[in-house]
Design a protein around this ligand. Structure first.
Ligand code: NDP
Ligand code: ZN
Length: 350
């Protein structure tokens, strides 16, 4: 075992605070990684505060991890000491089921082992995430950071990037498609860049007119202020796809009406009941589809990193000392971040 230090929540209502704990020694197929940077995802807030009802404590968030390999087990083939690597939302899966065999570990039929707050498949201990100085992860769940990529700005690709890339790719988004991105936060701003790079015409739906100029700087072709009923009505029947990153319950009906026939509304922000209810007429009368999507597989996570490197896409980040993590959560809740906090893990030693 090795001594580790991180920031964790001890209860749903306690702020994150330093926690000393232990990481396992690398197993034969494990990679040990010193964490340099870790992005802050809205899921970290949902989990730290048990908003999904599945948290286990102490809960150490963090699943947008970039670091340097410090040790490898004897069976590791693809990584060596000194490599710059990433770890996203998962650290293990059964590797046998139909989903795992299709490189869709996120849909592992036994349930994937998430990077934090999930029992390890072998020793049953609760996984602890990337708000920490180092992590030990089986080789199959480690990805390579493309050469030359800014390491801090790469971190959010491990969740915000893959979570928006995977559904856009799965649904075949490309030239000629009109795509709406709902919510311009960490996921949303990556969704704009990725959908643009795939060749789509991109519109941002945001609550705040003040973000309109920003959205265009991100590459959006158009902006709709979602709180303006006239602007929403004017967009009726327009979009082929909507990618919905809004992290709280919201009325889907006005958005569904902006889809063309056969249009697809893809939920990534919600894993709670939809409220108010969806009026089935908004689906049935135009053969529209309401879909969902969870992160992406490991091969696809490498793919989106390489895609971003190739297209010069990077996340807009604000660097954070870990001591300020609780204030950062409050700022994220009111939408005051452009557009992803990334923890500089050097601050943990301060
Ligand atoms: P952020 O907080 O960075 O961004 C969310 C954005 O949604 C905000 O910037 C805001 O955009 C909009 N928004 C926030 N609150 C409201 C509200 N009350 N009503 C309407 N719009 C609102 O979050 P992330 O991008 O990190 O995460 C978004 C969601 O996606 C979270 O719920 C997260 O848990 C989930 N998620 C899901 C994954 C999956 O695999 N499916 C993976 C990762 C995250 P604006 O100000 O422009 O309106
Ligand atoms: Zn995330």
């Amino acid at each position: 075992m090795s001594k580790a230090l991180g920031y964790a929540a001890l209860t749903p209502t306690s702020p994150l605070a330093p926690l000393a704990f232990e990481r396992r020694d690398p197993r034969a197929n494990d990679v040990s990684i010193d964490i340099l940077y870790c992005g802050v995802c809205h899921s970290d807030i949902h989990q730290a505060r048990n908003e999904w009802g599945i948290a286990v404590y102490p809960l150490m968030p963090g699943h947008e991890i970039v670091g340097k390999v410090t040790a490898v087990g004897p069976a590791v083939r693809n990584y060596k000491v000194g490599d710059l690597v990433g770890v996203g939302c998962m650290v293990d899966s059964c590797q046998q089921c139909a989903a795992c065999r299709k490189d869709l570990e996120q849909y592992c039929q036994e349930g994937p082992t998430m990077t934090y707050a999930t029992p390890d498949r072998l020793d049953g201990t609760n996984t602890m995430g990337g708000y920490s100085d180092h992590i030990v992860v089986r080789e199959e769940f480690v990805v390579r950071i493309p050469e030359g990529m800014d390491l801090a700005a790469a971190a959010p690709i491990l969740c915000a990037g893959i979570t928006t890339y995977s559904p856009l790719k799965h649904h075949g988004v490309g030239p000629g498609h009109k795509v709406g991105i709902l919510g311009m936060g960490g996921l949303g701003h990556m969704g704009i860049k990725l959908a643009k790079a795939m060749g789509a015409e991109v519109t941002v739906f945001t609550r705040s007119a003040a973000k309109a100029g920003e959205a265009r700087k991100q590459g959006a072709d158009h902006v709709i202020v979602s709180t303006d009923a006239e602007q929403m009505a004017a967009a009726a029947g327009h979009f082929d796809f909507l990618l919905d990153t809004i992290p709280v319950q919201h009325d889907l009906n006005p958005y569904l009406q902006t889809l063309t026939f056969d249009g697809v509304h893809i939920l990534v922000g919600l894993i709670e009941p939809i409220a108010p209810p969806v009026h089935a007429a908004n689906l049935v009368l135009q053969r529209r589809v309401l879909a969902g999507s969870l992160i992406g597989g490991i091969a696809e996570t490498q793919e989106v990193l390489d895609f971003c490197a190739e297209h010069g896409i990077s996340c807009d980040i604000e660097m954070l000392d870990i001591q300020n993590i609780n204030a950062a959560y409050e700022r994220m809740i009111v939408g005051d971040v452009k557009y992803r906090f990334v923890i500089d893990m050097a601050s943990l030693k301060a």
